[in-house]
Design a protein around this ligand. Sequence first.
Ligand code: NAP
Length: 315
Amino acid sequence: MTDRHVKVLILGSGPAGLSAALYAARAELAPVVLTGMQLGGQAALTFTIENYPGFPTGVGGPELGELFQKQAENFGAQVEFDTAHEVDFSKRPYKVMTDSGEYKADTVIISTGADPNHLNIPGEVELTGRGVSYCATCDGWFFKEKKVVIVGGGDSALEEGLFITRYASSVTVIHRRDEFRAGAILQKRAKEHPKMNFILDTVVTEAVGSDKLKALKLKNVKTGAETTFETDGLFIFIGHTPNTQMFAGKLEMSELGYIKVNNKMETNVPGVFAAGEVADPHFRQVITSAGMGAAAAIQATRFLEASTVPYGESS
Ligand code: NAP
């Protein structure tokens, strides 16, 4: 059973967590990063990242995550394959209960990210992994020469849809409005792609199939017309929900469940910081998450330097 006391404990290993680790390690605070379920966070599930500076021809999501990790470890950060499931922020040192035991931490940086939203339609849960997916990089390969549907109208939907055209014979984007939320460049690329088709003003009401997905029931929201659309794959990209359940009642959060931070990444609990998508419903970029992580670690360093309470003693 783990029973450790650390100066900086970082929850989550996406761009925010690993950037925080780099900065805290360089401040000689020997940070420990708990990876959570997905090493590298959501960025590691992205096939190519084209908008992170320093990589003019793009970089693979998993590769960028590995580089972040290596750089942080080079300066003394420790990355543990462990997941936090309960916290006690009532007094310092703060306690974090994990799969492997318990950590006591003088400061905590929360970078637990967000998970993809579900449509909550009949058949969705039963057919997940049998045609229904939330990750193109993970599952796109299974749809070689198959028909695929994407639900959503944001950047994720069009970006991931374009990615799946590498494999699928056709990619049909189904969106509930007649205008996309996605940026102009992605819209242009998607509309010009010969494998991509669009069904607008339409929602998916059911995923049909027993052992694997066979079809979707659709409803036009303007006419009310109901149709059935045969497909092998359904990829759902309709936004995210922050991973903040374990902080409910312990930290101030927005109505949507994002942790509230000020511009120093401070939460309402002294010594507890949040960075990346868990505290940012707005930008959600690798670069902005990395920046927030760095800021959180700088502030955690200052907090420890200014703290009148010696490490390890409760205030
Ligand atoms: P998003 O921008 O919130 O878009 C979600 C899409 O799903 C919207 O089109 C929304 O429709 C639709 N939707 C939501 N709930 C739905 C439901 N129950 N049924 C059907 N459709 C539903 O989410 P995102 O695409 O994941 O992007 C999130 C953020 O990350 C954005 O700020 C985006 O710019 C950023 N991002 C950027 C990149 C990039 O720069 N390359 C890539 C990925 C994501 P409505 O439009 O009608 O609300």
